[in-house]
Design a protein around this ligand. Structure first.
Ligand code: CU
Length: 164
């Protein structure tokens, strides 16, 4: 059987697209899944151009616990509304993003929130989300637990597309 499956081809194209966004280099740090329960690492927030605007937060999340856990929401004092989003590309390479309900992690599983993929949308950003600052993010899980991180504000990286 010499026929190359279209699924394999599209998978390769997706991998190439991800590499271009630079999200994969962060995912490689996720192998150290130590601690208890959900562990957040490498959190950061893109600097917002002005208060009232929209920006995004990113991090790696791994499940160091023994049971499945689901990230169901995030809140922050730095914005009016927080949504979990995922950016995808259609067959023409046009990127768009849509809300996702949550992310389930099996024990030792990790997920990367990174530019060009899953991200945390901060809508109605308050003053002070500028480079050199920090934003407190509180992650909520389906078992009632939370994880709070201080995410530094950085100006690096590309913008998320704004269309929904
Ligand atoms: Cu978004």
């Amino acid at each position: 059987m010499r026929v190359v499956s279209p699924l394999v081809i599209s998978g390769l194209l997706l991998a190439a697209a991800c590499a271009k966004t630079g999200e994969s280099h962060q995912a490689h740090h996720a192998d150290a899944c130590a601690g208890e329960g959900p562990v957040v690492t490498d959190a950061w927030v893109r600097a917002a151009p002005a208060s009232g605007g929209t920006t995004a937060a990113y991090f790696n999340l791994c499940n160091a616990g023994a049971a499945d856990v689901e990230l169901i929401g995030i809140d922050t004092p730095a914005a009016d509304v927080v949504e979990l989003h995922e950016t995808t590309k259609d067959a023409n390479g046009v990127a768009s993003m849509a809300p996702i309900p949550g992310v389930s992690l099996k024990p030792k599983e990790s997920v990367s929130f990174a530019p060009g993929g899953k991200h945390v949308m901060l809508i109605g950003v308050h003053d002070g989300v500028a480079e050199g600052g920090a934003v407190t993010l509180t992650l909520h899980f389906n078992d009632g637990s939370t994880a709070t991180v201080e995410a530094p504000v950085k100006s690096q990286g590309s913008e998320e597309p704004h269309g929904h």
